[in-house]
Write a protein that binds this ligand. Structure first.
Ligand SMILES: [Zn+2]
Length: 192
């Protein structure tokens, strides 16, 4: 994994270019099969710096959670890949299943865990159409800091970038500490 992107300050142009590149990759992946939908995962990181060791570890943990929940729901993964761009971490999972039911599972993951609040788990159907929360009759996502909807707080600039970056780091540290704790417990209880 490249660490040279750590601390890189992204320009708006770089972020836009990364979105275009992602959309092209999504089309290319969906063209490879006729009966799979695509989970396109990114992280919701405030501010212009999208990569750090903490962010990378949090993303990898998040993607393990995606793999785990797909396995639990007996969803077959046809192909998957992760990228660590200077504009942020990304992952694709091409999976066998119906987009709406896959999206429901991803929304559950986004909401059931604190770390999930930092994950953007988009689901595209086999024709490339995005299955949105509103398609499933659900409202927008909650703000990380207050009880309002995230897009409202963003539009009104209700929280400073520093406040959001701090909250993001708090969530990442807590999730990684908890995992380290669970792994230590497993090591203690595992027979030699
Ligand atoms: Zn808010």
């Amino acid at each position: 994994m490249s660490t040279e992107a750590y601390g890189h300050i992204c320009t708006g142009q770089e972020i836009l270019a990364s979105r275009d590149a992602r959309a092209a990759r999504q089309r290319a992946w969906l063209a490879q099969t006729s009966d799979c939908c695509l989970i396109s995962a990114t992280m919701n990181i405030a501010g212009p710096c999208k990569r750090s060791a903490l962010i990378d570890q949090g993303f990898d943990l998040g993607m393990q959670m995606v793999e785990q929940v797909l396995d639990n729901m007996q969803v077959l993964i046809h192909k998957q890949q992760r990228w660590h761009f200077k504009t942020g971490c990304e992952a694709f999972f091409l999976v066998h299943g119906e987009a709406r039911s896959i999206k429901r599972i991803m929304i559950w993951l986004e909401e059931a865990t604190e770390l999930g609040r930092l994950l953007d788990l988009d689901v595209l159907d086999e024709r490339g159409a995005v299955c949105s929360r509103s398609d499933l009759g659900l409202g927008g996502r909650k703000c990380l800091i207050c009880s309002y909807l995230a897009y409202q707080c963003a539009r009104l600039g209700r929280h400073s970038s520093d406040e959001l970056v701090h909250k993001t780091e708090q969530i990442l540290r807590a999730a990684l500490d908890q995992t380290a704790h669970l792994n230590a417990q497993k090591r203690i209880s595992a027979p030699d």
